[in-house]
Design a protein around this ligand. Structure first.
Ligand SMILES: Nc1ncnc2c1ncn2[C@@H]1O[C@H](COP(=O)(O)OP(=O)(O)OP(=O)(O)O)[C@@H](O)[C@H]1O
Length: 319
């Protein structure tokens, strides 16, 4: 869907993109980075609205430097900042945008009604936008990006300014843009956590450079660490300790657990494939304990990001 090769954008005092090479396939992709990381700059280059200083990029196989108009016909764009006229209704505005994209009047009206219904704005569609809440305005911006039935949409910080409920609703809506209509999505955010639930793929940029590009499941890949929690019994008033000792006797290394400073009632151990599961289950049964849970520990994207940040900090401070 999108490919960039050594893409750079230099402003007189700042390098917004620095030799960025990335490939983005179909589905929902999150573009994550702190404020000023270069997300909006990349989107503007990909839409052919702003020329790159160096390098090249293609969107849907079209060259951003020479085929910007063709790209904008096929790609929807939801800008970051409020850009809506206050005096017109959502219907008037979205019909206007549909007409600008080349739809004939009847089709524009029909698509507008469908799209506004999809984003949950049907009831309020004839009221002037000036009286809308932030969440409603974000939905109008999303509707105008979708109205011409693009193959791909760029959504720049669509959850900005929303409360937690509004964020969740918007993220659900974004997911459905792909599942219901098959439209691929590139969505930017400075909040990593929200993209973990919404995106198939995550691209992290920082200071205009690519930090990481991988599928969300790779980011959150399960480790081989097993977390086990058991109940206590009369025979074993500290069930966790009993389990730890019994596992230790069978050669299983327990990394943390009851009896260790700072550890709770969870045992963490390294799984060596299926056998470890079976062994833990058998040992728990032999001891007569109740198994509360046994699960693989997962990494969250934020942990990965924090590790990257920490490495960067360490490099900056030379430690
Ligand atoms: N037209 C411009 N002239 C000069 N500098 C610019 C211009 N546009 C962006 N920049 C700078 O380029 C860098 C990247 O900006 P960009 O807007 O792409 O970041 P971003 O990741 O989208 O962050 P935000 O979410 O805060 O917009 C920033 O340092 C910004 O100040």
């Amino acid at each position: 869907m999108i490919a960039t090769e050594s893409l750079s954008k230099r402003f007189p005092r700042v390098t917004a993109l620095d030799r960025l090479s990335v490939d983005i396939g179909p589905g929902v992709t999150g573009l994550v980075g702190a404020n000023g990381a270069g997300k909006s700059t990349l989107i503007k280059i990909l839409l052919g609205l702003s020329p790159a200083t160096e390098g090249r990029a293609e969107v849907l196989g079209l060259d951003v430097a020479s085929e910007g108009a063709a790209i904008r016909e096929r790609v929807g764009y939801m800008p970051e900042h409020d850009c809506l006229p206050p005096d017109v209704s959502a219907t008037e505005f979205v019909v206007h945008m549909a007409r600008m994209s080349g739809l004939p009047p009847a089709a524009a009206r029909e698509r507008t009604a469908d799209t506004l219904r999809h984003v949950g704005l049907y009831e309020e569609r004839y009221r002037p936008i000036g009286g809308y809440s932030t969440g409603m305005k974000q939905r109008v911006k999303l509707a105008q990006a979708l109205v011409h039935d693009p193959r791909l949409v760029f959504l720049d910080e669509p959850t900005n300014g929303l409360d937690p409920v509004g964020r969740d609703e918007m993220l659900g809506l974004i997911r459905r843009v792909h599942t219901d209509f098959g439209i691929s999505v590139l969505v930017t955010s400075h909040l990593l956590g929200e993209l973990e639930r919404t995106c198939d793929h995550v691209v992290v940029i920082d200071g205009g450079k690519l930090l990481r590009s991988s599928s969300t499941t790779d980011f959150t890949q399960t480790t081989t660490t097993l977390a086990v929690e058991v109940t206590d019994t009369d025979e074993h008033p500290d069930g966790t300790r009993a389990l730890r000792e019994a596992l230790h006797a069978r050669g299983v290394t327990v990394e943390a657990g009851s009896g260790l400073p700072g550890a709770g009632h969870i045992l963490l151990l390294t799984a060596q494939g299926e056998e470890t599961y079976d062994l833990v289950r058998d040992v728990v049964a032999d001891l007569g304990l109740g198994l509360v849970r046994m699960e693989q520990r997962r990494h969250h994207i934020s942990e990965v990001f924090t590790e990257d940040e920490q490495r960067k900090e360490a490099a900056v401070h030379g430690s």
